[in-house]
Write a protein of this length. Structure first.
Length: 342
């Protein structure tokens, strides 16, 4: 296992340089973005960090480690606020005085902050694709920014932590691991995949970060609300249900039924439907429809396939039906969308 000892620094670029030194790679700098790229026996992928404005920066992992990677981070008193979302993979987190190590699964939110000098241990398992977005907030700097998004974020964070210790000067640390939250994924995934430093890429990423943060706050409010309906299905099973997306997409051209998929998961069709409804707010048929449209759009965005090829891969047999439902979902015909992306 590779181990890196580091100290919390209000300059996230400094933290990236420590990681680069550990993996013996150079840091690429462009505008307010720094990136390290690896394609060797240690890891494959990239880690990047950038600052949206003073007091708010983002750290992105899109990488596979060849051996377990352990990060030991010394946290400072009155340190920063970390809003983490795990898009893909899994990792483990533990404070030094915490006996239990928490497993952070696919589609999990994790919020961390510290009011005392302590340390945290994070372990990224080997041979797993890690896609993680961490929004890092320095509240003292954020409060000074005369920017609407900054002021809005500052207010939301204060509201969120007011019942914990932020306004009470209580020396402590705090970690919140929410329910499985697939809604935030669509924003965090954009942040993870967009490694484009140009103006268009920067604006796209900034919008995705702001939307990701808003979605995380919404998820937290839902979690902490007294009216929050708790699922009777365990987090582990909800995690398995979120992973159904990949299986369903791979088998669009096969006969997909709740019965076959529930057998695959080892639960009843009713529990599978309850889990899908809890996670996505859809019935089974709508869930599959949304996945077909999402996959079709993804293929248009990332490949040179024509409309017929995309339709077939999305498991839709009728060309006219595909045009109707794609336009209903995205407000544009697939043929027009294809031309627009060229």
């Amino acid at each position: 296992m590779g181990t890196l000892n580091s100290v919390e620094n209000k300059n996230t670029f400094s933290h990236l340089y420590r990681i680069a030194e550990h993996f013996e790679v150079k840091v690429e700098n462009s505008n307010d973005t720094s990136t390290i790229r690896l394609d060797n026996h240690k890891a494959k992928g990239f880690i990047s960090t950038y600052q949206l404005f003073q007091g708010l920066s983002v750290l992105v992992y899109n990488i596979t480690f060849q051996s377990d990677f352990q990060l030991n981070l010394e946290l400072l008193k009155g340190g920063q606020y970390y809003f983490c979302y795990n898009v893909k993979g899994r990792f483990f987190h533990r404070f030094s005085n915490q006996k239990k190590t928490d497993k952070i699964l696919h589609n999990h939110n994790m919020f961390v902050t510290s009011g005392v000098e302590t340390s945290a241990q994070v372990i990224y398992p080997a041979n797993i694709k890690h896609e993680i977005v961490i929004i890092i907030v320095d509240l003292q700097l954020l409060e000074k920014q005369n920017i609407r998004n900054a002021k809005g974020m500052c207010t939301k964070i204060k509201e969120m932590f007011s019942t914990i210790y932020i306004d009470k000067n209580i020396d402590s640390y705090y970690k919140h691991i929410g329910n499985i939250d697939p809604e935030t994924e669509k924003y965090a995934q954009v942040v993870c995949e967009n490694n484009n430093a140009n103006i268009e890429g920067g604006l796209l990423t900034e919008a995705a970060v702001i939307n990701m943060f808003a979605s995380q706050i919404k998820s937290y409010k839902k979690y902490s609300s007294r009216n929050n309906t708790k699922s009777l299905i365990s987090k582990e099973m909800l995690f398995k249900i979120t992973n159904l997306e990949a299986y369903v997409i791979e088998n669009f051209q096969s006969s997909l039924t709740m019965v076959t998929l529930s057998k695959k998961l080892g639960i009843t069709p009713k529990k599978l439907q309850d889990g899908i409804n809890h996670l996505y707010g859809y019935k089974w048929g709508v869930f599959v429809f949304k996945l077909r449209m999402k996959h079709a759009k993804h293929l248009f965005d990332t490949t040179d396939l024509n409309v017929t090829e995309v339709r077939e891969l999305a498991g839709i047999h009728s060309a006219s039906h595909f045009s109707i439902i794609f336009k209903k979902e995205y407000g544009i015909l697939p043929s027009q969308y294809k031309i627009k992306k060229i």
